[in-house]
Design a protein. Sequence first.
Lengths: 253, 385
Amino acid sequence: MNPLFRALVERELKNRFLGGVLSPVWWLAQPLLTLGVYALVFGLFMRSPVPAKYGDSFVAYLAVGLWPWLAFAESVTRSATALIAQSALITKTALPRAWVPLSVVLVTFALNWLALTVIVLLFKLLGLSVHLSGILLSLPVWFALGLTAIGLAWIVSTAQILVRDIEGMLGPLFMLLSFVCGIQYGLDSIPSAWRDAVLANPFTHAIARLHDTYLAGAGPALADAWLLAGGALVALLGYAFFRCVAPHVDDYL
Amino acid sequence: MSEVLLGIHHVGKVYPRIGRHGAGVAALARLLLARPATDGFVALADIDFTVRRGESLALVGENGAGKSTLLKIIAGVLQPTTGRADRVGSVGALLELGAGFHPEYTGRENLKLAAALQGLTGAAFDARLDEIIAFADIGEHIDAPIKTYSSGMVVRLGFALVTALKPDLLITDEVLAVGDESFQNKCIAWMERYLADGGTLLLVSHSLYHVKKLTQRAVWLDHGRMRMIGASHEVAIAYQAFHEAKQADAKADAAAVDSAALGQYAVTDLSIERCDADGLSLHGSLKSRDGRRPHVALGVVRIDGTPVYGTTSEIDGAALNETAAGSFEFALTFSDWRLLPGAYRLRAHALDPEGMRVYDTVERDFTVIGDSRELGLVRLPHRWN
């Protein structure tokens, strides 16, 4: 890894743990709290059924879809303000600007992957139906989500400087997307009239592959290649956007 | 001739107008379509010069002249709107106090990223860390968060890092204005050694003393344009003269007295025949309405109005020559000229025959050329014992 990029990643990592009393454990505690809320609402109150092939633990079903999704949504949302937050650095030093959102995405994904790995190991110890092989077999899906996040991060981090409404729109957008990609309930629970629309969402397939690998012990599939190709395309488009806009953002910072 | 380290080719920079409703969306569309900004604030226009290895160049100019914008373009931080900046070799830039430092991190932690930004990483950084900390000389504060530092301590840390880098081209923007005197002297001594060892310096400073001491050439930027380029002492004199004239004009506007309106005696001509290192010769003429022989007062002032010397024909017991009825002329030579280089103003006042009342004032500006770095207005004869 380039020493400068490594220093940037280290700084991004340290930023997560500076300040608050709970900062050192927040990377694990926050998704756990979200998991708890969703488990309470969708598992206990609404009794969302778990598709049979994924076992009988709603918490495990929820967790393996939720953590990668949170990694994706959080990294894009954090990236939206990354260049603005680092304006003192990017307008005064010759730092490669593309690395700023890249470091945010990398750190967010790394922390969430680590958190889910810890959770999956814990589930296994508690006797829940998870497959440890999923930790590695799910990596193509994690990479696909990561590539998509990087592409979007490059777009929103620069666009946010010029159009400051973007960050505010991301929260509702990601919330909507999270509810229509099968994280909190199986696709069987969705009315048939809407099912095709939900299946048209590429994130639905990414979440399904995470369920397959972590909960059903499924091996590599062609869908992984499609997801990776889609992620790479978004990353390329995002970088092209970034290269057009980023060199000129000083004028607006 | 040494290699060109920096080539600035017709560089221009236009900052687009921002703040209008919808301007951001329009700007985004324009950038994506690669269309240049059609209107905005012109920060730089047609800047063109080169810097060769081993040279030292200063950028001088008033606030808002475009110095910092130009330095950012040279450092590769900012993109020019037109033209291009070509750089060869490593560039070390101190663009602003604490640029790149994070307030929450300690001095030691900040040095790591700042060094990485300048290309100093890994074992090479570790090997020089003690040297950097020693130069900064901020004691145990090195392990305290930067937010607890004084501005002087921040600049010490930034400059100390540069001393370890020894870049091919060093760019500094007013960093010497912040540190205390002893640290300034330490920095100046380091820069002199750096230049003596073949380093190349680009310096922005409002201190003309630093400009003359540290640089060979200077560029004077005025409202984003190059007003003058040349030897730093010449540019410094011209720039200082510009400022002094500006201040004098402001004073004159405030206390304008139209003595000529009194009309009795008037200076009708004042000409400088010769002005060089040896002295100044002048002549002039006066009109007298009542035909009585007037006196003339002659004075030399710095361009900002600071008096240097003045005398009158009445004090010296000289009488003006009458060339026609009511017309008088005078001529004077200042010899053994000891004025230091700079911009000056010659003043002639028409006085009544009693040498008591001033009726008219005429001025002529002149410049004493030279490369002396002595301070003040006149050279006082002296010797070192």
